[in-house]
Design a protein around this ligand. Structure first.
Ligand SMILES: Cc1cc2nc3c(=O)[nH]c(=O)nc-3n(C[C@H](O)[C@H](O)[C@H](O)COP(=O)(O)OP(=O)(O)OC[C@H]3O[C@@H](n4cnc5c(N)ncnc54)[C@H](O)[C@@H]3O)c2cc1C
Length: 535
């Protein structure tokens, strides 16, 4: 059975922990890099290892800043804070954070009725309407004229449209799997403070080189300040420069530039007042897409584009026009992105986490999830004490499968676009650089036989669950043209949309206004936590 909430991985990562397990001979860990990746990894490692006497030191260059973007999350960030025992009521105000029900995609499809759709995070309540959604979508792919746009089937879409928070009172016991928006710089400072409180050591220094041992592992790093710092395990969180994993260990890198064309971004803040949306909006522009992320203090905005199709200046002008800021002197930040991944995230005695391990562009805001899952999965391996080559291989296969599945989901946004206004969009639609799994998925969709089984069995399901695949294909309107639809037969037309609308309307009445909810963030709920699918 397909459910929105699948139960093979705990939401609270603490359940996977084995405090009595033997720890491999790792007594000293050095993390290079103090961006979000460095501090999240430090906290995840500290939680398991500091009390067992492992020394964790984070090195950060005073000369190289953090990337300073990355302000939207998936729901997994909630699991991260829960596992550390950090309350929303503590971290959210400190980071100007808001709740996120999902992402609206605007202007990616030109198919009538499908110009805009919402990719929701799952809710327990969706189990009441998911069956109807999938039934109608499958019927419509087969030519029946039934309603199949995702937005009317999911409560998160309803809440986002009305600027409501995905936080019901305790008396309404249905959890919604929500993400967050936050100020990246403030989140970094918050995590830094927490990590120091929990025993992580911090050292400001610029790493200039890694010194290899005879067996090819990293023995120590040298710094511009004249120190040599040794450790048993090194974690490369040095961002796109990938100092240890690539520059020192020469781990091969797989570029995704043939699948995903975007390689640059420009960012600009704007003020926020009035209602605070509980969603990210991703609007397709001429050579990429613009994000709008609401914080309590401002909107974060940016344009992710391909430098093969437009210049930096053209991108900035287009973003300014989109935001009504053509006359404004607010300064824009320009960034380059490298899209792809290393082949071995754990290579010898080095683990790469964050941008150093790879990056899939930010369309679905998955990068923090990769950080969290890479670090948490590594802890699982380390706790078992197995540092063998076979363990390395299993670990890398697992992380790579997550990367590939996620990449294919992101590719689908571009591949299914129907815009014809620029060469960029036409090239994306025509791009046949697709994985075999993705080709099979599209063929299966077109066959009208449903995609639940193939997604579940393939790597694709390692990135996104079945309902997300249905949401994207249906949301982009990948159906027969309207003129080709026929009256549904008795079996196809069993569901009444009015009943689904009523159910969602009644349920959503339990959820408060977003701005009001942010003013009264309650302590953690104590009920059963929502469990969801993961790799
Ligand atoms: C345009 C854009 C939008 C994004 N949006 C999202 C999003 O919405 N959601 C999401 O989850 N992610 C997003 N990301 C990704 C996210 O920003 C990163 O995954 C996250 O910030 C982690 O970055 P990092 O810590 O790996 O690297 P960085 O922030 O670049 O940190 C690198 C660290 O390494 C240190 N360092 C570098 N060289 C040296 C040296 N020689 N010696 C010592 N220290 C050194 C630096 O001082 C710094 O502390 C986005 C990325 C981009 C480019």
């Amino acid at each position: 059975m397909t459910t929105a909430t699948l139960f093979n991985h705990s939401y609270d990562q603490s359940t996977g922990r084995n405090p009595t397990a033997g720890l491999a001979p790792v007594r000293r860990i050095v993390i290079v890099g103090g961006g979000t990746a460095g501090w999240m990894t430090a906290l995840i490692l500290a939680r398991s290892f500091i009390e067992r006497g492992v020394e964790i030191t984070l090195l950060e260059s005073p000369a190289v800043g953090i990337i300073g973007v990355g302000e939207g999350s998936t729901p997994w960030l909630r699991g991260f804070f829960d596992s550390l025992g950090i309350e929303e009521s503590e971290w959210m105000p400190a980071c100007h954070a808001t709740y996120k029900c999902g992402i609206t995609f605007d202007g990616w499809s030109t198919r009538p009725g499908f110009e805009r759709y919402f990719h929701p995070f799952a809710s327990m309540l969706d189990n009441l309407t998911l069956k109807q959604f999938i039934h109608n979508v499958d019927a419509r792919v087969n030519g029946a004229d039934v309603h199949a746009h995702p937005d009317r089937f999911f409560i998160a879409a309803h809440l986002a449209e009305r600027c409501r928070a995905p936080k019901a009172p305790e008396s309404f016991p249905f959890d919604i799997w929500h993400g967050y928006h936050f100020d990246a710089a403030l989140l970094g400072q918050f995590l830094h403070r927490k990590a120091l409180e929990r025993g992580v050591r911090y050292h400001s220094c610029h790493v200039t080189q890694a010194n290899l041992a005879a067996d090819g592992s990293i023995a120590s790093v040298s710094t511009r300040e004249g120190e040599t710092i040794a450790a048993d395990l090194f974690v490369d969180c040095s961002g796109f420069s990938a100092l240890l994993i690539e520059k020192a260990l020469h781990t091969p890198y797989v570029s995704f530039s043939g699948n995903l064309f975007n390689d640059a971004a420009v960012a600009l803040p704007t003020p926020i007042d009035g209602a605070i949306p509980s969603e990210t909006v991703s609007t397709a522009l001429r050579h990429g897409w613009a994000w709008r992320i609401p914080l309590t203090s401002r909107y974060g905005n940016g344009y992710v584009y391909s430098s093969s199709f437009c210049t930096k200046d053209e991108a900035e002008t287009e973003l300014r026009r989109h935001l009504g800021l053509l006359e404004s002197d607010v300064e824009a930040r320009h960034l380059k992105m490298r899209i792809g991944r290393v082949t071995r995230h754990w290579n010898r005695n080095c683990l790469a986490v964050g941008l150093a391990q790879g990056f899939i562009e930010p369309l679905e805001a998955t990068a923090l999830l990769f950080i969290q899952q890479t670090a948490a999965t590594f802890v699982e391996f380390l706790e078992k004490g197995d540092l063998s080559e076979a363990a390395h291989q299993r670990f890398n296969e697992r992380v790579n499968a997550h990367f590939e599945g996620t990449r294919d989901y992101i590719v689908t946004h571009y591949k299914t676009n129907s815009r014809e206004d620029t060469e960029y969009w036409r090239a994306n639609a025509a791009n046949m650089n697709l994985s075999d799994e993705l080709k099979q998925l599209y063929a299966q969709w077109m066959s009208g036989k449903g995609i639940a089984a193939p997604v579940g069995q393939q790597l694709l399901g390692k990135g996104y669950p079945v309902f997300s695949w249905y949401a994207i294909m249906a949301g982009m309107g990948i159906f027969p043209d309207r003129g080709q639809l026929r009256r549904p037969n008795e079996r196809e037309g069993i569901y009444r949309m009015g009943e689904i609308d009523d159910l969602i309307e009644r349920s959503s009445a339990n959820y408060p206004d977003h701005r009001a909810a942010l003013g009264h963030i309650a302590p953690r709920r104590t009920g059963p936590s929502l469990q969801v699918y993961f790799f």
